[in-house]
Design a protein. Sequence first.
Length: 213
Amino acid sequence: MAILEELMESILEGDEVKAKALVEKALRSNTPAKEILNDGLIGAMNIVGVKFRDGEFFVPDVLMAAKAMKSGMELLRPMIEKSGLQPVGTAVIGTVKGDLHDIGKNLVAMMVEGNGFKVVDLGVDVSPETFVEAAKANSADLCMMSALLTTTMPVMKATIEALKEAGLGGKVKTLIGGVSVTQDFANKVGADGFGSNATAAVKVAKALIERRS
């Protein structure tokens, strides 16, 4: 089995140690960083997304695969930066103010990173002001917000409005999600996109970046 095929398999198995070792092996064999990223890490996460969508993978499976991908990405990131390879886009992500739930947010963050984005994870209990500051500081393309509690969902609207007030309305696309969030709510608060789950969020994020460019 070729190194990159093995790497993909290790990610699907959620084997962090093996994934890291295979990235090292690929780098030693002079495989270009871009190839390792696209054909190894991103390729594996695309399969993970399909399996999750089709009910073959569940949240624990996706989290394990994403952690394995992340272990390989840590080794690869310096090489990617050195080669000048640009990320698909930059996303700031966080759970909104008043909400401390992070499993869904973490899952989306890892899936989005696994699909070639630079991700700035702001954690939980994130205020509109913090989202705006992070979007500015990182020249973000996307602002991704998560909420589990219905009582914190209005913070999403406040953040979207804060981005507009800061002059970032047309520059930074907004993508929201969470258990209680719906497409109808996204439309009402003026979000650019809605992700019903991690796989959908990745698909929408890519579409928003393509539309933006």
